[in-house]
Design a binder for this molecule. Structure first.
Ligand SMILES: [Zn+2]
Length: 399
């Protein structure tokens, strides 16, 4: 987990701000123009970007990272490069000429993990320590350096999470500040509680178990603070910010919220596939599919026998127009766990593009009612402890 050790001079535990950025956060992104009047400035669109999407870097010779962490750093850079148009290249004199500046990231060994936000000018450090030696945790730090703030600092965060101040370890209250509009990238996108840029529910807790950021919907307990992957919205936000599809022909229309990615093909929300994201991934074992009738049923593999290990099934309930989609579970029996860590059913009941709450044990307490055109279900099991699973029925009522 990043941020366990604070680093002197950091604003949030793993985030360092330049004096200008600190002023912007304090003043709600108002900066003074030449006349002394205050004007609003979306700095994120100007000085923070890496020109041409080229991020120059080197490894520190002074606080040298051990080889195993260097490998993690390289894999985290490869990860970002594989899902965006960003390029991470070793700093050379020729490259400085090509990009027209000499700003670069220095990866060094730190007492904790930290990064500055965006490109700040000259060398800027990303520190990594053994406790954050994990690909997506390092990708989180790199995320800061390409322009991301923490997701839970967004001005709209109080609709989704509650900050429990009395549970925060003394001295870390600053990690839970909320920023005003205008300084973050991706604010035009919906709040992504599952983002790799979001903290987990007990981070910086005084006793390591009381909630510091409590999700309003408990189904998100196992989603918040995940460092397994960059989410669809993490990737989309970076792609938008660096205009990764700017030179693609604009004749490809991605469906279901997909976007045109850096290779000029549609990048689909999780569980969807096809050239235009209009199909559902066939699961393991073969399961799932598109449900477009006015009503119907779907169930876990082998139901009412026990579901298999290592299963992944996606069901997309799809209406032809905005509708009220009601889903009722006639039976629900899955491995119980507070955060639904092992076997779960994810219902993307807010948006198809975002992680949804996870259900396990006895499942949702009543019918799920969704207003919209399409509702996605993702059933997942790990190895061991199979249960009966569920059978669900749905109805679509056009609005
Ligand atoms: Zn961070």
């Amino acid at each position: 987990m990043e941020g366990l050790n604070d680093v002197e001079g950091t604003y949030e535990a793993d985030m360092k701000l330049t004096p200008l950025q600190a002023v912007e956060i304090m003043e709600g992104s108002k900066t003074l123009d030449g006349t002394g009047r205050s004007k609003r400035k979306v700095v994120s669109n100007t000085i923070y970007k890496w020109p041409k999407g080229i991020v120059m870097f080197e490894f520190s010779n002074i606080n040298e990272l051990p080889e195993n962490i260097k490998r993690t750093v390289l894999s985290a850079m490869e990860y970002w490069a594989s899902v965006t148009c960003l390029q991470f290249r070793k700093r050379t004199a020729e490259l400085e000429k090509e990009v027209g500046h000499s700003d670069y990231i220095v990866f060094s060994k730190g007492p904790g993990c930290s990064s500055q936000i965006g490109r700040v000018g000259g060398p800027q450090e990303i520190t990594i320590s053994e406790i954050c030696n994990k690909k997506v945790t390092v990708a989180h730090e790199i995320g800061h350096s390409i322009g991301f703030y923490h997701e839970q600092s967004r001005p709209d965060r109080d609709y989704y999470v509650e900050i429990r101040r009395t549970n925060i370890q003394p001295g870390y209250e600053g990690d839970f500040k909320k920023y005003e509009a205008g300084i973050d990238i991706g604010l035009q996108e919906p709040y992504d509680i599952g983002s790799a840029m979001h903290y987990g529910p007990t981070w910086f807790s005084k006793d390591d178990k009381s909630y510091t950021i409590e999700p309003k919907d408990k189904g998100f307990l196992g989603v918040m603070g995940q460092r397994e992957e960059l989410t669809f919205m993490d990737m989309k936000t970076a792609n938008d910010f660096y205009e990764c599809n700017a030179s693609c022909p604009n004749n490809l229309e991605c469906k279901n919220g997909g976007y045109v990615g850096p290779n000029c093909v549609c990048v689909c929300p999780s569980g969807l596939t096809g050239i235009t994201c209009d199909d559902v991934k066939r699961g393991t074992p073969v399961c799932g599919g598109i449900l477009s009738g006015a009503s119907g049923t779907f169930m876990t593999p082998n139901f009412p026998g026990n579901y298999p290990d290592n299963a992944d099934c996606f069901w997309l309930v799809q209406a032809t127009q905005a509708s009220e989609i009601t889903v009722t579970f006639d039976n629900f029996e899955m491995e119980e766990d507070e955060t639904c860590y092992y076997d779960w059913l994810e219902i993307r009941r807010h948006s198809m593009l975002l992680a949804g709450p996870k259900y396990c044990g006895e499942g949702p307490s009543g019918p799920i009612v969704f207003i919209g055109q399409s509702l996605m279900f993702h059933f997942h099991t790990d190895d061991g402890y199979g249960f009966k699973g569920f059978r669900a029925s749905y109805t679509i009522r056009p609005k």
